[in-house]
Each structure stands twice: as structure tokens, then as C-alpha cells.
Design a protein around this ligand. Structure first.
Ligand code: ADP
Length: 308
């Protein structure tokens, strides 16, 4: 059955070290990565749109051209005069990656400042995705605007999917971080956390504890990712299910493991797979993604998916 998905957040310009002191330019961000993988594996009669804000400069135009080249729609993206996309640089030293960010004045921080546009974009779709990073980049007031629209979407019967993606360095205050993540979960019908983050920041003693906590906040469905261990699924009305991670012979780059899992899982669920079948497929996609460098891996290197 045809449908529409919207992902909300920030896609940044990525600069990565290349040979001879050169820098290679790319584009990435958790919510965009999720949209990219959803687009790859959704049937052709689904649309996937990205919601963010960019500027009117050359870099913003290049970012929009890139997003369109992946098949993700850009018609809801706001253009704000005088703002630019955020940027980050990946440093590689002895095989370890570290990151520098220039995003404190990025256009995306203003993505919720036009609530009518936000509402129109959300009302046009069946599935909305957002993350803890989406919430972290917004001012407290803007985050509340976004959360209010998402609660409205949930009350209106839409699927609202939230990955807490907890990144303490994006928050100035740990208590506000936890409270806002909890508010995100309350606005969602499905929460897709990574267990290690939840254990660290909420003190969960087990994957089961993470499931219970998010269910008690009002998320009907919870999918807990746990790296090389199994994925735990708790869907309303169903028995809890565990799906093993796929084997990876050599982990090359774990960037986007969780995002590729999210996007391919949502695509298969929307296509009619059971949660367990969708998770088994998503685990295969995530395993392939971490076997390659970079966040956005081409379809030829991934398991065969939908009919697209
Ligand atoms: P995040 O990258 O968001 O922290 P996780 O580390 O939990 O997310 O990984 C997301 C998914 O990627 C896991 O559920 C699993 O399917 C896959 N994955 C991650 N690490 C491995 C690994 N070492 N071996 C196999 N699969 C993995």
C-alpha cells in the first residue's frame, strides 16, 4: 500500500581526510541517513521527504541537490536567508575517528520556527521520524513546538518514530537532556533506542528495563538495538521477540549502523513485514553498512530489498 514518510532533523556537510592531505566532501546526519535507507528499501509508490532548514547560499543549494539525487524529497525544506548548513570534519588517527563540528549557527536549528510549515509537512504523511539529535539542536522553545506537533500527529493516528540517539555533547545540561528525550518518547508511537546509550544515561540494567521505561512513557512499540548482540522488539499486542545481529567479518566503520537499521526496518515494516522479519532484514543491512567506510552505502553493496 502506498504511503509517505517524513524525517525531521539536520543534514550536515561532512569533510573527511583523503589521500595527500585532501578533504573529501559528503553529506550526513542521523535523520537524513535514516531517510536515505528508508528510501532505498521502500517500494516505489512510497515517498520519503526530509524536513530541515537550509540557507540560500551555494553550499545549501549543493546540499539540496545531493538530497534530491538520493530520491528523498526536498519540497518541505525551508530556506533562510543568511544561514548556512552545519559542517563537521572527521579526523582519522591510528584508525580512531574523532570529529570537529561547526553547527552552532546552522540553519537547521531554526527548522521548527515556522510551525505552520511543520504542521503541513507532518499532516501530509503516515510515518514521521525524528531523533534526540533533532531535539538537541533546537532551543528549548523550538523543541517544545516540534514535540507539540508530534503529539498532535500521534493523537491523529500517525506513526511517530523516535530514536533517542543520546549525544551528551549536544546538550548543555544532562537533566534537560533526559527530560527532553522522555518528552520525545511520549510524543512517539515507536521508540528505537540503542541499549548502550540508554544504560549509560538512564541507568537501565537490561534491555528489558529499556523496553519497560519507554513503554511506561507511552510508546506502544519499542525496538532496542544492541550492537553485535540481539535486537529486542516489543510491539503492542505481540509477544516480545529477539532477533540476533548478523555476523560481520570485519567491522570497518560503525558510522550509521543505527541509522541504516532504522531506515531499513521502517521500510520493511511499511511494506508489510512482521516486526521480527523487518528486524532480521535491518540487521543484515546494518551489518553490511559497518563493513564499509562512510554513512551512506550504495545499494549494490547491500542486501537485496524491495521491488524498487
Ligand atoms: P548505534 O550505531 O546507533 O549506536 P548499535 O551499535 O546498537 O547502534 O547498532 C545498530 C545495529 O547495527 C544493531 O542493532 C545491529 O543490527 C548492527 N550492528 C552494530 N554493531 C554490530 C556488530 N559489531 N556486528 C553485527 N551487527 C552490528
Amino acid at each position: 500500500m502506498a504511503g509517505k514518510m517524513l524525517s525531521i532533523g539536520e543534514c550536515m556537510v561532512e569533510l573527511m581526510q583523503a589521500e595527500g592531505g585532501m578533504l573529501r566532501k559528503g553529506y550526513a546526519g542521523d535523520s537524513f541517513n535514516t531517510a536515505y535507507y528508508a528510501r532505498l528499501f521502500l517500494p516505489a509508490d512510497w515517498t520519503v521527504d526530509y524536513f530541515t532548514a537550509v540557507g540560500t547560499d551555494i553550499v545549501s543549494q549543493e546540499l539540496l541537490t545531493f538530497i534530491e539525487s538520493t530520491g528523498v524529497g526536498t519540497s518541505h525544506i525551508r530556506k533562510i536567508e543568511g544561514r548556512m548548513p552545519g559542517l563537521y570534519m572527521i579526523h582519522l588517527k591510528d584508525g580512531e575517528r574523532s570529529f570537529s563540528y561547526w553547527r552552532s549557527a546552522s540553519a537547521a536549528k531554526l527548522l521548527a520556527d515556522d510551525p505552520d510549515r511543520l504542521r503541513a509537512a507532518i499532516e501530509a504523511v503516515n510515518v514521521v521520524f525524528f531523533s534526540g539529535i533533532t531535539l538537541a539542536i533546537l532551543s528549548p522553545l523550538a523543541a517544545e513546538t516540534l514535540l507539540a506537533e508530534l503529539r498532535r500527529a500521534k493523537a491523529g493516528g500517525r506513526n511517530v518514530v523516535f530514536d533517542p540517539n543520546i549525544r551528551p555533547r549536544l546538550w548543555d545540561d544532562a537533566a534537560r537532556m533526559r527530560a527532553t528525550i522522555e518528552a520525545g518518547a511520549r510524543s512517539a508511537t515507536m521508540v528505537m533506542p540503542s541499549y548502550d546509550d540508554e544504560a549509560t544515561h538512564f541507568g537501565d540494567a537490561s534491555v528489558e528495563a529499556t523496553i519497560e521505561r519507554y513503554r511506561s512513557l507511552g510508546a506502544e512499540n519499542v525496538v532496542v538495538k544492541d550492537g553485535a548482540n540481539r535486537v529486542a522488539l516489543s510491539f503492542a499486542g505481540d509477544e516480545r521477540v529477539h532477533v540476533p545481529a548478523s555476523q560481520v567479518s570485519a567491522v570497518v566503520d560503525t558510522t550509521s549502523a543505527g541509522d541504516s537499521f532504522n531506515g531499513s526496518f521502517l521500510a520493511r515494516l511499511a511494506s508489510g513485514d512482521s516486526p521480527a522479519a523487518a528486524a532480521a532484514f535491518a540487521a543484515r543491512v546494518a551489518a553490511a553498512v559497518i563493513g564499509h567506510h562512510g554513512a551512506l552505502i550504495g545499494r549494490d553493496k547491500l542486501p537485496a530489498g524491495s521491488a524498487q
